[in-house]
Design a protein around this ligand. Structure first.
Ligand code: PXP
Length: 382
């Protein structure tokens, strides 16, 4: 999905990262993520020259599109040229941010590249406006959704290795929140190998964003959850001998048991998420027993040994997230996500939250927790 952006405006600095994000998301929305798009930011003088040369109009304009896709094999979609001077003036007039205006111009320019043309007839003008509205709404849907929830289990793992009282996962959770995490995840396992009851009690009292308690559908832990009332719970399969949660829940195979847990949590106003593999039958089962969320297991994608395998696993996650979203489930994802493989998942647009633990904590040991969280957050669109 190559998007090439160049700012040729000598005096106007403009953050190219968010524009690149928008452009990449738009290509995904249009199902043309394999195409190359180039975006050139210019001043009014350069725009006037282009407008004069290609449209015989000796004045600046806000955006010009130059389609290139003539069936060649290069997969070039075309060029969009935006005048930052005109964009800034228009933003002032409309009382919106310059980024907002540039985004609107990008959408307009892209619609032209896709073959829409408002100058041909009023019918085509209407079609183009509708297309632009659709693209804008899909873009905000993608931009607004994804958030980072940090799993602090491994701070407790380190503490338990010594059997003393530090490092403290409760303190770590506060640092994660200050660094911009939108939520904290903690797994109270039946074997208490990392998080202890005291941690969850204190997290419940101190987490200011959102506490997601990860747990097996075990009666002792269910009672703790009902008593403490975290902001949500994520039900996971739990095996004593596993190193970490290995696979998704078999929701389809234990509908009655899980439906009962969901019923009890719902009565206590605790939304439930079911951690599932990217599999249509599990999504349908989760919907059938009234789960609010599913968390899609990204482990096989993260652990893929080749690019092809990663692509296959990614496609499964993308399809499942789309299916779950369309059925009305809220969608989270997580497991094995790190600084290299997260951006692709985060750009999907159907996923509300990523739950990430090990990679953030591993980096935190080297660069500090605050920086590790900020760096991960920077990989998410927005
Ligand atoms: N989501 C669930 C359901 C998990 O069990 C875990 C691991 O505790 C995670 C996300 C986070 O995985 P990781 O530590 O690999 O980022």
């Amino acid at each position: 999905m190559p998007v090439f952006i160049k700012n040729e405006h000598k005096l106007c600095r403009y953050s190219l990262k968010s524009l690149e994000n928008d452009a990449e998301n738009l290509l995904i929305i249009c199902n043309i993520a394999d195409k190359e798009l180039s975006i050139l930011l210019v001043d009014d003088q350069q725009m006037t020259e282009l407008n004069n040369q290609y449209r015989q109009k000796n004045k600046p304009t806000n955006v010009l599109s130059f389609p290139l896709d003539d069936g060649n094999e290069d997969n070039l979609l075309g060029d969009i040229v935006i005048s930052l001077d005109t964009a800034r003036n228009e933003a002032l007039e409309e009382n919106i941010t310059m980024h907002n205006r540039v985004r609107t111009l990008l959408v307009h320019g892209l619609a032209h590249l896709l073959g829409y043309d408002h100058e041909r007839s009023s019918r085509e003008a209407l079609e183009m406006t509708n297309k632009e509205k659709y693209l804008q709404s899909q873009l905000s849907r993608r931009k607004n959704m994804i958030q980072l929830a940090v799993n602090v289990d491994h701070v407790a793992t380190l503490r338990q290795a010594r059997g003393i009282d530090e490092p403290d996962p409760v303190l770590a959770a506060g640092i994660c929140e200050l660094a911009g995490a939108a939520g904290i995840v903690a797994h109270l396992r039946e074997d208490r190998r990392h998080m202890q009851d005291r941690d969850i009690i204190l997290l419940r009292q101190t987490v200011k964003t959102k506490l997601n308690l990860e747990m097996g559908a075990d009666e002792e832990i269910i009672k703790i959850a009902l008593d403490l009332r975290p902001d949500m719970v994520t039900l996971v399969p739990e095996k004593r001998e596993e190193l970490t949660t290995e696979g998704g829940l078999d929701v389809a195979g234990q509908k009655e048991k899980l439906a009962e847990v969901i019923k009890r949590m719902t009565a206590a106003e605790i939304p439930v998420s079911l951690f599932i593999d990217p599999d249509s039958s599990q999504i349908q089962a989760a919907k059938a027993i009234n789960s609010t969320f599913v968390e899609i297991h990204t482990g096989r994608y993260a652990d893929a040994l080749s690019e092809q395998e990663a692509d296959r696993e990614f496609a499964l996650i993308a399809d499942s997230a789309e299916e779950a979203y369309e059925t009305g489930l809220r969608v989270n994802a997580g497991h094995g996500l790190n600084y290299r493989n997260t951006a692709r998942i985060a750009a999907l647009g159907t996923i509300e939250e990523l739950s990430i633990g090990h990679a953030v904590m591993a980096r935190a040991i080297l660069v500090g927790l605050d920086q590790a969280v900020r760096e991960m957050k920077a990989l998410l669109p927005g």
